[in-house]
Design a binder for this molecule. Sequence first.
Ligand code: BGC
Length: 749
Amino acid sequence: MPDIDLSRLSLEQKAALLSGQDFWSTHPVQDAGLPSVVLTDGPHGVRRQVGEFDHMGIYQSLPSTCFPPAVAVGSSWDPEVAARVGAAVGREARALGVHVVLGPGVNIKRSPLCGRNFEYYSEDPLLSGHLGAAHVRGQQEEGVGASLKHFAVNNQETDRMRVSADVDERTLREIYLPAFEHIVTEARPATVMAAYNKVNGVHAAQNRWLLTEVLREEWGFTGAVVSDWGAVHDPVASVLAGLDLEMPGPAPENTRRIVDAVREGELDESAVDTAVRRILALAGLVAEPCDGFDVDAHHRLARELAAECAVLLKNEDGVLPLAPGQRVAVIGEFATTPRHQAGGSSHLNPTRLDNALDAMRELAAERTNTVDFAPGFASDGSGDAVALREAAVALARSSDVAVVFAGLAEREESEGFDRDTLHLPAVQIELIRAVAAAAVRTVVVLSNGGIVSLEGWHDDVDAILEGFLLGQGGGGALADLLFGAADPSGRLAETIPLRLEDNPSFVNFPGEQGHVRYGEGVMVGYRWYGTTGTPVRYPFGHGLSYTTFTVSGLAVESTGDDSARASLTVTNTGDRAGKHVVQVYVSPQAGPVRRPTRELRAFTKVRLAPGESRTLTFDLGRRAFAYYDVLDAGWAVAPGEYRVQIGENAEHMVAEASVSLAGDAPAQELTLESTFGEWIAHPVIGSTLLDELTAALPEDQGSQLSDRPELLQAVRDVPMKRVVGLVEGDALDATLQRLMERTRVADRP
Ligand code: BGC
C-alpha cells in the first residue's frame, strides 16, 4: 500500500476522495502520484463501459467473455470451476483496464422468486461461501480486486433500496452471514459492497454493527467498503458506520456534508482519514493494462465450464445421451437464440455466442444423426402460436427423439424486480405437452436464471436437462451434454419445490410496508423441506450422471471435543468416466435450540474413470456442529450425538454414522430466575436435582416429587424462586445455594 502523508491534503480534498470521481472510478491524487482505480461490473465477465455509463444494463459495454453466471457455477458444486471463472475474468479485466470487478454476489436464495437469483450461487451458505471464495482467489491472483456483494441480507429486488430485512441474530449468523464470513476470512477480497437494503431497520451502508463490528472487528476485514451504486443516504452516518467509498460519484453535496460534520464536531477527522487510507490502498491494484486476452481460448473455456454446470434432472430409460443415427427434432426458440445471461448491471456484451442448434448439427455430422428444427413458439408472443406448435408436433412425430428448448425470456427475470410465478409461459407448457404426446421420446432443455416449476408437464417427458444460464459457450456445452461428449455433473444448488406455496419464505416474501420479516428463521430451502417432511419435485443436491457411483465404508471419529473426521470410498460403478459430488451432511440429535434435520457441512467433486475408486477424508471442524447461541452471543457445540450422513442429495442419504461429541462446557449458570426445567436439564446438577430436593424437604413434601410427575411437568416453565415459594419455610435455600455454586462457570474445571 503506497504510504501517503494525509496532512498534505485539506479536509475538503480528503472528503472528496470518499466518493468516486465518476460512475466507475475513484479520484486520483495527482500530487502523490496515486492513480484512479476503475471498478466495473461483472462478475461472470467484465462490463467495461466507455462513453455512456449506467448500472442497469442499458448501455453497451466493450466485448468480454460471458462465462457461466453464478446460478450455473452454483450448480457445478465445484470450486475449481468458480476459480477458473474468477481467473479468466481477472485476465480480461487487466486487458480492459479494470482494477476491481464488482462481485461475486453471495446472497442466499431465500425465495425462488428473487429476480436476481441468477447472480447468486445457492440457498446454502456453505456452498455459496466455498464457491465465492474460489472465485475471489482466482480473480485476485490475477491482480484484480473483487467486491464481495451485497453485504448483507439482500435477498429480493422488491423495494430493494429501502426495505428492512428483519432477521433474528441466530438466522443472520447461521444463514445470511457465513458465506461472507468465509470469503472475507479465507480469500480476503479487496473490497466489500454494502447493500441497498436495511438490516433490522438500519441501511446496510450505514450499519455500524455490520460494517465495523462484524466485518472488521470480528472477521478482520482490512479492505475498503464500497457502497452499492446509490446506497448512501446519510454520508456522515455511513462514514461513522465504517463505509469508505460512496459510489457512484462525484457527490459534491455529500462531500460538503462530511466537511461540515467534521467542522461541527459531529464526525472525527480521523474517521475520514481512515476511510481515505483504505480507498487509496486500492491504488495498489492499478497496473499497466495487459495486451488483450485470448478470445478463442476464453470462449473454449466458457464452453468447457458451462458443461460442468448443467443439471440432468431426469433421464428415463437412458434416453440421453442421444444415440448415434437417431433423427433428432430440435424444437424451441432458445435453441437458436440462447438465453445465456440475464438483465441488469451484470449484463455483458459477449465476444461471441454459441447456439445449441448449430453446435448439435456439428456433433450430429460425426455421429450420423440428423437434426431438424422447428421454433415451436415465439417468446415475444409474435406469430401464430397454434401454427408454430403444430409444425413442431409434426416434426416431432417424424423423428426418433424430440428435444424441446424451453425457458424464460430475458424480460421475465432481471435485476430490479422479482418474479411472481415459477411457471413457464403457458404457450411453452402447451408445446411441451403436445410434443411429448406425439414424439417417441421427449427431452426438455431448460434455460432460466431462477428455478422454474416442472409441474404440469414433468411426467409427460423422458428427460430434463436444466441448463440455467450458461454464458456464451452454453449452446456448445448443451450439445456436448446431449450427445454425451461431456458427462452431466451439475447438482441443484436450490430445491425445486412442487408448489411455490411450499417455500418457507412464501408468506413473508417480499414483505409489506417497508419490512420483510424472515419468519422462517434458519429453516431456509432444504433445511425447511427436510425438517417438515414437505415433498419436493427435486431436492437440493440432486443431479444425475450418465454413469453411476456408490459410496462405501463411511467411518467417522471424533478429533476433539467439537470436531470429527469422516472418511469414505466412492466408486464409479458405470462404464463411462464421470464426476460425482460427495455431499456430507450433519444431523444434530441434541441441543437447546431447534436445528434443521440436516445441514450441508462439506462437499467435494471427484472425477473417476469407470471402475475407479477413491478414498476421501473430510475434516469437520467446530462450525460443522455448532449453532449460534444468542444467550452467549457466540457459537456453541451442544454435547451429544451427531449423525454424519452422506447424501445423494439433501433428501436421500446413502450412508450414515454417528459420533458423540463432548461439546462445550455449558455456559449456563443457574440462578433463582432459571426455570425448574432449566435446572433439571442442567448438565452439571440436573441429574441429581430431584434427589437433592427430596433429601432437603420434609418427607411428606419430598415424596411428592417422585409420586406426582404431573407436578414436575406443571412447574417446568416456572422460575425456581416461585417453585421455592410453594414450599413452606426455607428448607431448600441452602441446597439451592450449593447447587448454584456448582454451576458457576469459573469454578468448573
Ligand atoms: C447493483 C450492483 C452493481 C452496481 C453497479 C447496482 O445496481 O446492485 O450489483 O454492482 O449497481 O452497477
